[in-house]
Design a protein around this ligand. Structure first.
Ligand SMILES: C/C(=C\Cc1cc(O)c2ccccc2c1O)CCC[C@H](C)CCC[C@H](C)CCCC(C)C
Ligand SMILES: C[S@@+](CC[C@H](N)C(=O)[O-])C[C@H]1O[C@@H](n2cnc3c(N)ncnc32)[C@H](O)[C@@H]1O
Length: 259
């Protein structure tokens, strides 16, 4: 199968271009994943925009809407990364609300705080960035009116524990919205997703010396759970209801679980 060659637009002034050979790094444990997201932090947002043609912003907006977050709420964004969902939650809850955004990557949180400083809308002052682990949330039971976790659950080693923690900190009757890649049961969708990652995503990332990081992305999708499996896991974690929706022709999926 021919691999498309790309002339990459410099989105970081070429600072991240490294010569081959590609170093395939293990990404099995929490520390490996933390290091991975620290490494990709400087180019993460730009590569997401480039590789999804900006569509990831639509998917994130849908996910935040599904969380049920509303004006004046206190809400949680787990695995917040550079803050995309936290900023959307901030707009939803407004200046009378509060957004707590948690991640275990210092580099990602620094990018998020830098983006916050550059933004003038009053509501963004309602965001607080916290360094922490999704499997051990530093919050009391029933603290939040809504929660989101965007492209995070797939990356957490103990996914059930992360869901149990989000269930614990949500108020009864409130929701978590879990956005991620969809591990499709449709062979055609799965093949096209694989092709896109093999022939577009990884080659483009290779140009920034990040081939192994984006190869991890492909492997993590393979090792992820299907929509049905996510629904079952959410119920096992203590949620009373769980429903998974496929979006973007099945490339992406969003689980909505009610405490
Ligand atoms: C925002 C997106 C992915 C975030 C993301 C999640 C991870 O777990 C990673 C792990 C390792 C490295 C990077 C990431 C990471 O960036 C989704 C959009 C960005 C994707 C990289 C692009 C995916 C393209 C789709 C397969 C096809 C899109 C088709 C069309 C443009 C709608
Ligand atoms: C692909 S990024 C998603 C960032 C953001 N939610 C978005 O949608 O763009 C995954 C994030 O999850 C974080 N992460 C992975 N495992 C974690 C854990 N156990 N605890 C906290 N953060 C974690 C990583 O540091 C990274 O910032």
């Amino acid at each position: 199968m021919a691999t498309l060659q790309f002339t990459l637009p410099s989105i970081t002034g070429g600072r991240h271009r490294r010569e081959s050979p590609t170093i395939l790094r293990p990404v099995r444990c929490t520390a490996d994943r933390q290091a991975l997201f620290n490494r990709i932090a400087p180019v993460y947002d730009n590569l997401n925009d480039l590789l999804s043609l900006g569509r990831h912003r639509v998917w994130k907006r849908m996910s935040v809407s599904w969380s049920g977050a509303k004006e004046g709420d206190t809400v949680l964004d787990v695995c917040c990364g550079s803050g995309d969902l936290a900023f959307l939650l901030s707009e939803k809850v407004g200046i009378s609300g509060k957004v707590i955004a948690l991640d275990f990557s210092k580099e990602q949180l620094q990018i998020a705080a830098s983006r916050q400083r550059k933004r003038s809308r009053a509501c963004y002052k309602n965001i607080e960035w916290i360094e922490g682990d999704a499997v051990d949330l530093p919050f009391s039971d029933s603290s939040f009116d809504a929660a989101t976790i965007g492209y995070g659950l797939r990356n957490v080693v103990d996914r059930k524990k992360a869901l149990e923690e989000m269930c614990r900190v949500l108020k009864p009757g409130t929701k978590v919205s879990v956005l991620d890649f969809n591990k499709s049961t449709n062979p055609l969708t799965s093949s096209i997703q694989d092709w896109m990652i093999d022939n577009v995503v990884v080659p483009v990332a290779s140009g920034y010396g990040l081939a192994s990081e984006y190869q991890y992305l492909k492997n993590s999708i393979k090792e992820y759970l299907t929509g049905c499996e996510l629904e079952k896991l959410a119920l096992q974690a203590g949620f009373s209801e769980a429903k998974h929706y496929e979006i973007s022709t099945g490339f992406m999926g969003n689980l909505v679980a009610t405490r």
